[in-house]
Design a protein around this ligand. Sequence first.
Ligand code: HEM
Length: 404
Amino acid sequence: MTTTAVEFDPFSDEYFNDPTEVYRRLRDEAPVYFSERYNFYALSRFADVVTAHRDWQGFSSAHGLDLSMLSKDPEIVRNLRSIIMMDPPERDRLRALVSRVFTPRAMTALEPMVREVVTSYLTPLEDAESFDAVADFSAHFPVEIITRMLGVPDGEANQLREWIDLSLHREPGQMEPTREGREAIMQVGAYYYQLIAEKRRNPGDDMLSRLTQVTVDRGDGEESGLDDVEITGFATLLGGAGAETVTKLIGNAAVVFDRNPEQWQRVRDEPEVIPRAVEEILRLLPPSQYQGRFSKADREFAGGLIPAGYPVLLLTGAATRDPRAFERPDDLDLDRPPSVAIGFGHGVHSCLGAALARLESRIAIEEMAKRWRRLEVDDAGLRRVHMSNVAGYSHVPVRAVRSN
Ligand code: HEM
């Protein structure tokens, strides 16, 4: 019997539809994987992914996040002025400007608004015999929440979400966004750039207005305000990260609970386990499947060397199913002992919005559990997104069985 070498193509139907098997082979057979086709390295074991996240000097974020950017001149990435694509110390100075808004303590004040937005999308579905847990629900509320926080006028969130969807979409075998995707990236940037000018003229009680008023130490002891490109960098990052990921987590939750109805019953009986359920769904099906880096120095791993000068993918989706780190890694276990939650990244770039994402996800599951005894997924109607870095469903049709 001959075995072929494992091939990992993050733009293939195999990957988009279900990467479980290719991830297993990568961990077992090629833990330091090199893609001849796209010229990148990939790490897939939990311990290696954590090590690389902690080593920002060796694995830089300043070349971008996805393979399209990582393969280009880093000067292009620099011009985007996005903290997720910067290394310390510049990243630390800029991140500090917004981090207060996203602390767990700040989330307590946000909870009523989050619940109001979540229920505004669930109430119209209460009497429906069937609906789509993503297209009718989870696609809408996260973008509405983050755009409200940013100060986007009412009624414009959905247009932003459609542009973000287009910008992340990838055709099979294509590293680059489509023409519509490239146009959508420009439209999001232009939208926020104009909105920031408006906030400078008429500031409101929102994040974008506050960012027009803050100053930052540029590293030379001199304080200066942010320019419009820098604030646009924040807006596109927060608007994008805040829109896409919780959408996927809730769609994944509907599918996972359909496969584990006794766990759904437990969530309904003991709502206090919902935060743990959120962590488990994040581990089983992380919405952000991989984080892109660029190797700045040679680094040796048990499975081989990653030389300096290459794009590197840290495969979160493979790492969180690594049996070297988790017992029965493919099972949903609400009593699993806590571990490093790399679904939100790890190290200097760990997710700024993690507390918000946890709050939104908890409230969404709480409100769904109050309303429905069962949400039976119609497998034939499941559709996955084909996106760069982000994974999950665009459509999760369910037959809804109401609570009494
Ligand atoms: C389930 C939901 C979410 C998941 C799975 C997620 C995942 C991640 C991951 C994996 C990273 C690390 C990226 C890297 O290392 O290159 C990250 C960073 C980040 N996330 Fe999230 N995220 C979520 C929700 C949010 C929300 C709601 C926001 C904000 C509104 C947000 C804002 C950010 C920002 C600004 C960063 C960059 C932090 C930095 O570079 O310092 N995320 N997120």
